[in-house]
Design a protein around this ligand. Sequence first.
Ligand code: 5GP
Ligand code: ZN
Length: 112
Amino acid sequence: MECIFCKIAKREIPSDVVYEDEDIVAFRDIKPVAPIHVIVIPKEHIEGVHSLEDKHQALVGKLILKAKDIANQLNLKEGYRLVLNVGEYGGQTVSHIHLHIIGGRPMMWPPG
Ligand code: 5GP
Ligand code: ZN
């Protein structure tokens, strides 16, 4: 079975897309944990941070820079959290690398 985030990137599964370019798609999380919760993914299927290679350097940099632009667009002036869950203990449930943008309320630390 094909990856759910690849399907979202190909628009085979509907989602609330907030940004898209040739490399990246960003869409609202189906189960938001805060007033703003956006998932930013590369269109390329990469399983997670654990499987990144040197060739992905520019793409990963772009993911973070675009996350910043999207956060600004969504008016997250007070700040926000960027999260990369990695593997089972990291709480990663979808095996396609993704950056969470979470905001619209103060965040707690340490996380659970
Ligand atoms: P993870 O736990 O892997 O870091 O995050 C996966 C995120 O993807 C979760 O917050 C989950 O709610 C979200 N998610 C899973 N399936 C879908 C889906 O089909 N559509 C959208 N918009 N979000 C999804
Ligand atoms: Zn995928």
